[in-house]
Design a binder for this molecule. Structure first.
Ligand code: URA
Length: 253
């Protein structure tokens, strides 16, 4: 191609390099999440191997990490197919994609709304103030955080923590559906309005939805208040405690 006046190609190598760094970061994140050895960091990198296709191929290969058996490997597949997701605008402003974490065979899954600033920085769900409160709730239920699975409706942070847009939910939901199908928990707890509305296809207020089980793909689903709401309205902790007791009773059956 002939370069015309004013055509500046200096940006191309830079954007290629940025794309390469981004792919490498994504791969490190995926491998870290899946507990894979990062041995390629100490040997020369085959650059042809860095990218979404490679992430996908590896995620589909027989895995050897701690989350490798049975249902765990289905979850790995979902993570692999999500790859370095650019399906909606949120990829432009996110720092890290937050897939979810916990036991791939969990009996209980918590589904929140979307990563906030702390989650975006760390690539892990519910690690900020609301997350610390969620961890306390889990422990008060007699469980460890590692025993349950925690994820969100959206895998990327909406800028300024604004509400998720319908098209962002539509892009992300297929992955949540597949995550939940891979884990197949005994109970799901939907944290807050967006989570409950997305999973139940209902527009009823969370105050009316909470307190009793609904059904998601024949799995009992308990909507309750979001921990961030509890930080602003500590009086609602009583109701959340009542909701988690109903969950505990179901898990003991
Ligand atoms: N709020 C959410 O809904 N999810 C997180 O991961 C953190 C805060």
């Amino acid at each position: 191609m002939t370069k015309g006046p004013g055509m500046d190609t200096r940006g191309e190598p830079r954007s290629e390099l940025l794309a390469l760094v981004r792919s490498l970061k994504e791969r490190l994140q995926v491998d870290g999440e899946l507990g894979r050895p990062l041995s390629y960091l100490t040997r020369p990198i085959d650059f042809a191997d860095v990218g979404t296709a490679a992430i996908k191929a590896e995620a589909e290969a027989p895995a050897t990490g701690p989350a490798s058996s049975g249902i765990g490997s289905n979850l790995e597949k979902v993570r692999g197919e999500l790859g370095d997701c650019r399906r909606c605008v949120l990829h432009r402003t996110r720092r890290r994609l937050v897939f979810g974490e916990g036991n791939p065979k969990a009996e209980l899954v918590f589904v929140g709304e979307a990563p906030g600033a702390d989650e975006d920085a760390q690539g892990r769900p519910f690690v900020g103030r609301a997350g610390q409160l969620l961890t306390k709730i889990i422990e008060a239920m007699g469980l460890k955080r590692e025993e349950v699975y925690i994820c969100n409706i959206l895998k990327c942070r909406p800028p300024g923590n604004r509400n998720p847009e319908p098209d962002e939910i539509a892009s992300c939901e297929p992955f949540l559906i597949r995550q939940l199908a891979a884990i197949h928990p005994r109970v799901i707890c939907a944290l807050g309005t967006f989570s409950a509305h997305t999973l139940l296809k209902s527009e009823a207020p969370i105050s009316a939805l909470r307190g009793h089980f609904h059904s998601y793909q024949e799995i009992p689903l308990m909507p309750t208040y979001h921990p961030a709401y509890l930080l602003r309205n500590p009086g609602a902790k009583k109701q959340v405690w009542a909701d988690v007791q109903v969950i505990m009773k179901e898990l003991k059956k």
